[in-house]
Design a protein around this ligand. Structure first.
Ligand code: PEP
Length: 249
């Protein structure tokens, strides 16, 4: 049985004090939720404030990126050790905005996933096709490439220590959500790829989130799909009320 996991990706929004207020609002609204794991991923500079605000609650902390080395002369970068020290349990890796705007490729993402796992963080590994790729019927080829390269040389994994987020790029921040059939089809395909890597018993235990314009009014039908085990939420996680409604789907 896979426990649903819903994470808020706050992207480059919220100062420390704004983040504290938002986190406190979410803490209050989701305090009774037990059957869903809840994760907040604020910007690096707000991790401390959010860690403080969620202390003792049913919410966990995640970051939006990390470096692939454990330490060194990498000005401006953030190591997994820093994230753990700040209270993080999760780190988003390979978000499409990082692939698109910061030239992150499958090989770099693979290094980051390995570093995250080696240091004890749980990667939320993002994959998904662009609109053009879907129109050209390349969705499955893209997902296969991203999964196989992103997880290269990870010979076996504890299913609890990897989260996949299927995020069709055309659905992120656009208000256009994948239909439940499109999402389920992609999630099943991803799970089959994982089964090819590590066997079906492991694959059946790995959680696969859907991301892309998840809102209070579409979350329930997505979550009802067999292979959808949670959501990675951008815009709608920036408001305590809407994020709480999503968590309470
Ligand atoms: C995201 O940033 O991962 C995302 C899914 O954004 P949104 O919910 O705004 O589409």
């Amino acid at each position: 049985m896979r426990k649903p996991i819903i994470a808020g990706n706050w992207k480059m929004y919220k100062t420390g004090s704004e983040a504290k207020t938002l986190a406190a609002g979410i803490v209050e609204k989701v305090q009774k939720v037990q059957e869903v794991q809840i994760v907040l991923c604020p910007p690096f500079t707000a991790l401390g404030a959010v860690a403080e605000a969620i202390k003792g609650s049913n919410i966990e902390l995640g970051a939006q990126n990390c470096h692939f080395e454990d330490k060194g002369a990498f000005t401006g970068e953030i190591s997994t050790a820093f994230l753990i020290d700040a209270g993080c349990k999760y780190v988003i890796i390979g978000h499409s905005e990082r692939r698109q705007y910061f030239a992150e490729d499958d090989a770099l993402i693979n290094k980051k996933i390995k570093r995250a796992q080696a240091s004890g963080l749980i990667p939320i590994f993002c994959i998904g096709e662009t609109l053009l790729e879907r129109q050209k019927e390349q969705t499955f080829d893209v997902l296969r490439r991203q999964v196989l390269h992103g997880l290269q040389e990870i010979s076996a994994t504890d299913p609890e220590r990897l989260i996949i987020a299927y995020e069709p790029v055309w659905a992120i921040g656009t208000g256009v959500t994948a239909t439940k059939e499109q999402a389920q089809e992609a999630h099943r395909y991803i799970r089959d790829l994982l089964a090819g890597l590590w066997g079906s018993e492991t694959a059946e235990r790995i959680r696969i989130q859907y991301g892309g314009s998840v809102k209070p009014d579409n979350v329930a039908e997505l979550m009802a799909q067999d292979d959808i085990d949670g959501a990675l939420v951008g815009g709608a996680s920036l408001d305590a009320d809407s994020f709480a409604k999503i968590v309470g789907f």
